[in-house]
Design a protein around this ligand. Structure first.
Ligand code: SIN
Length: 493
């Protein structure tokens, strides 16, 4: 390993199964690369179906005793995990930045963000109340209780290597479920570090298990979970295409599913908006994590009377963004995660330009100076975008803001909803009647009203339409890991 941290125990390369760190059954490993340079920074276990099945066996045998622990006892361990995450913020942030590429300041923010879900669900663990139902007959008592669903398989993405896995594992553990987890092949190191801290926090053996695998092995590793009836739930964040495969292939054992899938977020700026606030909101929402988030605005609709003024202000802000390696002082946009990501961004921009978009700034790969690496792309603004372009239909997942002109509210709403996706939507307006009309009409699970930063541990995160189902965070988030049981006692009179 070329990585060095204050807490050496955070650097792990093995799977964690049944309380033991162990290599893959095949002995295979794969390389984890720094997206800034393409250099190998570590090698980790390249697992097989045998490893993922062993993880399920461990989680299954730990389930009964974990679910029977009183909720405050589970909460106490989760709270210790939270404290350890915060204590090791600097190491975790460096690890995130190194394997994912985001600027260190953002990586520190991600540690705090992920930890906030752990803290939230430690508190929710003791609030999984049931109900008493007024019985229609005097001799009956009718009650509802909540039970953990069982073994949960968590499959997580590379864009937030800590926050996404934390906000799946924490509610599962709080509910009394046990977990098998597989982090994205590009960013396994942060997830392994997080599991090492959970072990240190005193989580019993088998309650949390993790296996890592390369892209080539993923079908084998996850396939074993899909076919295994002991896995009762899958929670996944990633593409809609993979989400559909998981839904189809888990049908044989009818698993519960939480799917946080792709988005294609509209961001609408009306002529009555505070334009400076709208630019700030767009900068925060669009360029966070280099544009690699599911809730990033993908289509920016600007009313024609303010289009030029908005475009001018936006271009000035985008041109001031500093691109560079995550650990470089002052970097605001890091490298993209890998070559495939940059290829897609380039394809979207070229396609848009060929179909009549105007290039307002950016529009090319960067190389040389601090951006001397394979995966840098210039923050880009395109004008005159239209719905024939590939970027109108598919999320670019990069630092590209395409501007579409619109005449009136009806045209903007119809264009915004003209997508199979429905994760996040944003709009800026100072007209209170319009605000409530739009809040109702936007077909998304999350709506930012004069606001570009939506997510919080206390709020339900998730989409509608082909952006998936299930919610993460908030009081609704615990329910996704619990089954509702009805108890009816008779003959009481
Ligand atoms: C995501 O990109 O999937 C999550 C973004 C967030 O939590 O804000």
């Amino acid at each position: 390993m070329v990585l060095k941290f204050n807490h050496p125990g955070l650097l792990r390369s093995d799977n964690f199964i049944g309380g033991r760190w162990q290599g893959s059954a095949s002995g295979a490993q794969y390389a984890v690369c720094d997206p800034a340079t393409g250099d190998t920074i570590a090698t980790v276990a390249d697992s097989t179906a045998a490893d993922s099945t062993a993880a399920v066996a461990a989680a299954h045998s730990a389930f009964d005793s974990w679910r029977q622990q009183p909720a405050p006892a589970r909460a106490q361990i989760i709270r210790r995990w939270h404290a350890l995450i915060l204590e090791h913020t600097e190491d975790l942030a460096r690890l995130i930045s190194r394997e994912q590429g985001k600027p260190l300041a953002e990586a520190r923010g991600e540690v705090a963000y992920g930890a906030s879900y752990v803290d939230w669900f430690a508190a929710e663990a003791v609030r999984s109340y049931g109900d008493i139902i007024p019985a229609p007959i005097a001799s009956k008592k009718m009650l509802v209780t909540k039970e953990p669903v069982g073994v949960v398989a968590a499959i997580t993405p590379w864009n937030f290597p800590l926050a996404m896995i934390a906000r799946k594992i924490a509610p599962a553990l709080a509910a009394g479920c046990t977990v098998v987890a597989k982090p994205a092949e590009d960013t396994p190191l942060t997830a392994l570090a997080l599991v090492a801290l959970a072990e240190e926090a005193g989580l019993p053996a088998g309650v949390l298990n993790i296996v890592t695998s390369s892209r080539e092995q993923v079908a084998d590793v996850v396939g074993a979970w899909l076919n295994d009836g002991r896995v009762r739930k899958i929670t996944f964040t990633g593409s809609t295409a993979v989400g559909k495969l998981l839904a189809r292939d888990s049908a044989a054992t009818l698993k519960r599913l939480s799917l946080e899938l792709g988005g294609n977020a509209p961001f609408i700026v009306f002529e009555d908006a505070d334009l400076d606030a709208a630019v700030e909101g767009l900068m925060a929402a669009k360029f966070r994590n280099g544009g690699q988030t599911c809730v990033c605005p993908n289509r920016v609709y600007v009313q024609e009377s303010v289009y030029d003024a908005f475009a001018e202000k936006l271009v000035a802000r985008v041109q001031a963004l500093r691109v560079g390696p995550g650990d470089h002082e002052g970097s605001q946009i890091g490298p993209m995660i890998n070559a495939r990501a940059v290829d897609k961004i380039e394809r979207h921009v070229q396609d848009a330009l060929a179909r009549g978009a105007s290039l307002l700034t950016g529009g090319q790969r960067l190389s040389g100076g601090v951006t001397n690496g394979p995966n840098y792309y210039a923050p880009t603004v395109l004008g005159d975008a239209n719905h024939e372009m590939e970027l109108a239909r598919d999320e670019t997942f990069g630092p590209v803001a395409p501007l579409f002109r619109f005449r009136d509210e009806e045209e903007a709403v119809n264009a915004a909803n003209d997508t199979p996706y429905g994760l996040a939507g944003y709009f800026y307006s100072r007209d209170v009647t319009r605000i409530w009309r739009l809040a109702d009409r936007l077909q998304t699970g999350l709506v930012g009203i004069n606001e570009g930063a939506l997510a919080a541990e206390s709020a339900p995160f998730g989409g509608i339409k082909e952006s998936g189902y299930g919610r993460e965070g908030s009081r609704y988030g615990l329910d996704d890991y619990m089954a509702t049981k009805y108890l009816c006692q008779g003959n009481l009179a």
